[in-house]
Design a protein around this ligand. Structure first.
Ligand code: EPU
Length: 426
């Protein structure tokens, strides 16, 4: 078992380099299944969700070569449809594995993929993905933990209005439609930067996608895609997490290799609570103010405040004077981390879909667990801001989505160690 031990209460200072975006890299590597040829992808983060996704693709015949730490060549020329059950356990652990459905359906006119996993936020339906595949001419059935798509003539272009603005459904339908016959229009589409990044990648491979980043995406299907070289966008949530950690510890951190525009909703909230955020071309310098003030946050689809920053913001608001509120409007149950912050003495509770935080109460070190990816980083932020030694277990959930997080924090002056201990030591 591995755990993270943080001796907190020290301000973070210095510069940190942000890695490529998990939620952009996942759809893009699965979209490579559409391409007969080699795609060289740069700025791939070194995280377990991607390492496991590479294993899933390799088991189905993809040739994947690591060119350097963050650059991979992926060639899916010999990819075989429906064989992901060879890596069944991995498929059912990762949420992003559902992009295999769109990619296989787009290339082969059929697909068979196990139900996806991912963080546990209560029910996470995929009805909008299925609605999209059916509109594109697929016959979809779900049996024995698998999603099967069949069709007579492959994916055929159509118009789809999403009932819910879903990042995953928008991407899956866009991927399936890239090589479909005819034009597909996705209305009420998600506008997240990773949707735009995947569209840009597909267009670099010869697709004809317009409107990504607005709520209407048009995809003119092309017969085939070719290989390309493409760099993944920076991870806005990793960046936001370091920004929150800098403010919670009363430090000052320059967050490099980012797109400041993607961080506007996060920067605005940090300024509201008393931090300064100075913007450069591809960096922000975040400096905590002397006093941190309460605020209210509502998570919204992009360009609103991201749900993936909710737990980290909660941890930060535990350090701000006054009563703050976070209204989680995207996921019905993204609150498991709250209990862990309470273990550290935070005055925080959940009322329906609202987190109520009575900030400014000093926290104390404790043994806590990472309840999920962002919840895990929330307790890390609380531990960094709290004097004394906090231990965090279940850190594999953090490593699903944060590249080298302990080393990056150490370089900012954190007293942090990752320890491997025998399983019965706890
Ligand atoms: N929804 C439906 N039906 C669907 C799909 C979604 O009702 O078919 C609902 C969900 O239950 C939720 C809302 O729509 O209430 C939004 O879900 P969305 O589909 O946008 O989320 P997702 O594709 O499952 C991705 C990210 C999440 C991120 C969300 C929202 C990946 C692999 N996952 O999930 O990332 O929270 O978009 O931005 O890209 C994370 O990185 O920590 C993470 C959880």
């Amino acid at each position: 078992m591995e755990k993270i031990v943080i001796n907190g209460g020290k301000p973070l200072f210095g510069q940190v380099e942000i890695s490529g975006s998990k939620n952009a890299a996942l759809p893009i590597i699965y979209a490579c299944v559409l391409v007969k040829g080699k795609c060289v992808l740069e700025n791939i983060p070194d995280i377990s969700d991607l390492r496991n996704s590479f294993k899933i693709l390799e088991a189905a015949g993809a040739k994947i070569e690591k060119l350097d730490r963050n650059t991979y060549a992926i060639d899916c020329t010999d990819f075989e449809v429906g064989t992901s059950d060879r890596e069944l356990e991995l498929v059912s652990k990762i949420r992003g594995s559902y992009y295999l459905l769109g990619a296989e359906f787009g290339r082969f006119g059929k697909s068979r993929v196990a139900f996806p996993g991912g963080c546990n936020f209560g029910v996470r339906p995929i009805d909008q993905h299925i609605k999209g595949f059916e509109a594109l001419g697929g016959r979809v059935d779900v049996d024995d933990g698998f999603i099967n798509i069949e069709s007579d003539n492959g994916a055929l272009g159509t118009s789809i209005f999403l009932d819910v603005t879903s990042v995953g459904a928008t991407l899956n339908i866009m991927i399936a439609a890239a090589t479909a016959e005819g034009m597909t229009i996705i209305d009420n589409a998600a506008k997240e930067p990773h949707v735009v990044d995947c569209a840009n990648f597909l267009n670099t491979c010869g697709a004809r996608i317009s409107g990504a980043g607005s709520d209407m995406i048009k995809i003119k299907g092309v017969p085939q895609l070719h290989g390309c070289t493409y760099a993944i966008i920076p991870d806005m949530i990793e960046a936001g997490s370091f920004m929150a950690a800098a403010v919670a510890t009363h430090g000052s951190v320059q967050v490099n290799n980012i797109i400041p525009k993607h961080l506007e909703s996060i920067s605005a909230k940090l300024e509201e609570i008393g931090a300064t955020v100075e913007e450069f071309d591809d960096a922000v310098l975040v400096t905590a103010g002397k006093h941190l003030r309460k605020t209210s946050v509502k998570t919204m689809p992009y360009p609103g405040f991201p749900t993936d920053m909710h737990p980290q913001m909660s941890a930060l608001l535990c350090c701000a004077e006054g009563t703050s509120y976070i209204n989680e409007s995207i996921f019905e149950n993204r609150f498991r981390y709250v209990e862990e912050l309470r273990r550290m003495g935070a005055k925080i509770k959940v009322d329906g879909r609202i987190v109520v935080i009575e900030g400014g109460t000093p926290m104390k070190p404790a043994s806590v667990i990472a309840t999920d990816l962002r919840g895990g980083v929330a307790v890390m932020i609380a531990a960094l801001a709290t004097e004394g030694t906090t231990e965090i277990t279940e850190i594999r959930l953090i490593e699903r989505g944060y590249d080298n997080i302990c080393e990056k924090l150490r370089q900012l002056g954190a007293d942090i160690q990752k320890i491997t201990c025998p399983d019965n030591a706890e």
